[in-house]
Design a protein around this ligand. Structure first.
Ligand code: LLP
Length: 412
């Protein structure tokens, strides 16, 4: 069951026609499907049934409060990486005891906010951070629950910018330094080690790197036990990939089964931090063709969405499927689909074979629900797009389109 499908030759988001949404809300327009978010969350979460677990959706993928509320209502916890994400998660009604906080550069003020809220645990990425957490917790008369993010030195075989668990990455602590960090907790009055954590990368299309990391963490767990350190949580991070083009990532049930097999009899509560696999294919970005032009070297579709709206193609060379909202059956040509921004790196697709669409027609950019709007900017003084959440026939403006006034509000 797909929730973005063509009915009578017109792309629909659930029961609503995309051209109708555009008439009312303009372009560029992000549209999310509530049924898809729900299906993805439930499919993921239920894949781990039988394991004591908590699915903490990774807020960075899509942090719209309407999305967070929907997922919180399904029982999701949240993985946050900033005070701003904490603020959003709390606004969305996520119970603090279901929030885990990762990130290499947590500031004292952010640590204080998370302690005040009473989050489940901090995924600590350095000894300096541990000392800071101890200090802030002490000043508040609290004890902080901590996990260390262990860098297992595993190659996730994905884009280098989104690989995180290799020795050369800035994330986490290597195994030997992690042991020392756990040992150090005994001398700090205001931190309590409760878990271990890793996140090796994003858009993984095979289970093997996850299992390799898991094995290293379980060995590490044995060493901790040998030191008399008793923990309860095993956080395996996020990273399960999705289909943008022809990738064939493992289904969550395959991942779930592999974990169940490996963790049988291991008395740890498992935390998972999926982002992309929940939100990625639950959203599209709709854009209008402003002009077409051809040079001797290229055919261009100049559209009204740009790298400020969806930076993934420019930043990672990522592929996003692009289709006509109302297919016209024209012959295909090879196009560069580019935005109006004054950079050659501003493109949504390069050398893409598409029907010869015309000025004024609409294109849908698929798989834009994760790392789309959350990575948007105002570059070239472009107001950020409107976000809609569609549920059956019901349309909610999840975020209004920004205005020119919004662009200058903090300056005047
Ligand atoms: N947990 C931690 C600690 C993370 O750093 C991330 C993603 C996740 C969970 C969620 O990973 P996911 O399940 O979504 O793969 N902007 C890039 C992706 C960056 C991912 C950063 N960390 C992109 O557009 O591909």
């Amino acid at each position: 069951m797909h929730h973005f499908e063509y009915r009578d030759g017109v792309l629909h988001a659930e029961n609503v026609s995309v051209p109708d949404l555009v008439r009312q809300h303009g372009t560029p327009l992000y549209i999310y499907s509530a049924a898809t978010l729900t299906r993805h969350f439930n499919a993921f979460d239920s894949a781990f049934d039988g394991l004591d677990h908590l699915t903490c959706y990774s807020v960075k993928a899509n942090s719209n409060i309407a999305v967070l509320k929907l997922l919180a209502g399904l029982g999701a916890g949240m993985d946050i990486v900033s005070g701003g994400e904490l603020y959003r998660a709390l606004k969305a009604g996520v119970p603090p005891e279901r929030i885990v906080y990762s990130g290499v550069g947590k500031r004292a003020s952010e640590i204080g906010e998370a302690l005040e809220a009473g989050i489940l645990m901090f995924n600590v990425e350095s000894v300096a951070e541990l000392i800071k957490i101890d200090e802030v917790a002490g000043s508040m008369g609290k004890v902080a629950r901590v996990s260390f993010r262990i860098n297992p030195d595993v190659d996730p075989k994905t884009h280098p910018y989104i690989s995180t668990g290799m020795k050369k990455n800035k994330f986490g602590l290597d195994i030997e330094n992690s042991l020392a960090a756990y040992a150090m907790c005994a001398d700090l009055a205001n931190v309590e080690p409760v878990g271990m954590d890793c996140h090796i990368g994003s858009q993984l299309t095979s289970i093997a790197p996850f299992m390799e990391a898991l094995d290293k963490l379980l060995d590490f767990h044995d060493r901790l036990k040998g030191m008399g350190i008793d923990i309860q949580y095993l956080d395996l991070g996020g990273g399960l990939g999705i289909t943008y083009d022809e990738e064939e990532p493992p289904h969550p049930t395959e991942f779930g089964q592999a974990l169940k097999d490996r963790l049988a009899g291991v008395p740890l509560k498992v935390i998972l931090e999926p982002g992309r696999v929940i939100a990625g294919n639950a959203g599209i970005l709709v854009t209008e063709v402003v002009y077409t032009k051809s040079s001797p070297a290229r055919n261009f579709l100049i559209v009204d969405a740009a790298m400020n709206d969806l930076v993934r193609p420019s930043l990672y060379g990522s592929f996003h499927r692009i289709e006509e909202v109302v297919p016209m059956g024209r012959d295909s040509l090879t196009f560069d689909v580019v935005g109006p921004i004054c950079e050659s790196g501003d493109f949504l697709a390069r050398e893409r074979v598409l029907p010869a669409v015309e000025q004024g027609e609409l294109l849908a950019v698929f798989s834009a629900g994760a790392y789309g709007f959350t990575m948007a900017s105002n570059y070239n003084s472009r107001p950020r797009a409107c976000e809609l959440l569609v549920e059956g026939d019901k349309v909610t403006v999840a975020r209004k389109r920004e205005t020119y006034q919004d662009l200058v509000d903090k300056e005047l």
